[in-house]
Design a protein around this ligand. Structure first.
Ligand code: GSH
Length: 220
């Protein structure tokens, strides 16, 4: 049995971040699906691992780690090569800034518990939910588009995958699900297209996981 167990869900963008890091670093892991739509994140057993009922959670040699940012920093410490950061402290700080734009100013607005509350408690239609997500994530997209041109090459920071790409790429997929107009963000979209071709991102992609439903599975 793998010493690493990842509780995750095929479509979760925060799960994607960790799957991609594990593939990039060549770390083997057992995939434990938690079906968010069936509410499995609220089960008492899962809540013992992750008090906010969020995905992902990593268990390594019996030690429990909730929260993608904490897991990614841990993986970087225990498997430093290949690194997800350049050596330069300034670039490291700017990469963390980009991660933070996605983590704090984009991801929460489209999170399931938020959109479920909008629908079930406030009576929002799907179109109103889309408008809500569009309004808030647009601020993040604008910040990314102002930040990334100075640093980007093939990917967010130069021509090597960094931590920033692990956050930006799956967030663009979430934006697409909520019909956000992405045509105004050419740098973000260039990076998205390049990440999409990367073998590790393809392996971690939502369409290729063991819990991906048949109709969403990649054909190749
Ligand atoms: N900041 C947390 C967020 C975790 C989170 O909320 N993940 C989403 C999936 S992308 C989730 O599990 N949502 C469950 C829900 O909303 O009920 C992390 O990065 O791990």
């Amino acid at each position: 049995m793998a010493s690493m167990v990842l509780y995750n869900y095929f479509r979760s963008s925060t799960s994607f971040r960790v799957r991609a890091a594990l593939h990039i670093k060549g770390l083997d892991f057992e995939y434990k699906p938690i079906n968010l739509l069936k509410g499995e994140q609220h089960s008492p057993e899962y809540r013992k691992l992750n008090p906010l009922g969020g995905l992902p959670t990593l268990v390594h040699n019996g030690k429990v780690m909730p929260d993608s940012a904490a897991i990614l920093e841990y993986l970087e410490e225990i498997a430093p090569a290949p690194s997800l950061f350049p050596a330069d402290p300034y670039l490291k700080a700017r990469i963390r800034q980009v991660c933070e734009i996605v983590n704090s100013s984009m991801h929460p607005y489209g999170n399931l518990k938020i959109t479920q509350y909008l629908g079930e408690t406030l009576g929002f239609t799907q179109e109103q939910k889309d408008q809500w997500v569009q309004k808030w994530v647009t601020q993040g997209l604008e910040a990314l588009e102002k930040t990334l041109p100075e640093f980007s090459g093939t990917y967010c920071f130069g021509d090597k995958i960094t931590m920033a790409d692990l956050y930006v790429y799956p967030q663009v997929i979430t934006c697409q699900r909520f019909h956000v107009d992405l045509s105004k963000y050419p740098t973000v979209m260039k990076i998205y297209e390049n990440c999409h071709k990367n073998e590790f991102f393809q392996k971690a992609h939502f369409s290729r996981q063991i819990d991906t439903p048949e109709e969403l599975r990649a054909k190749n």
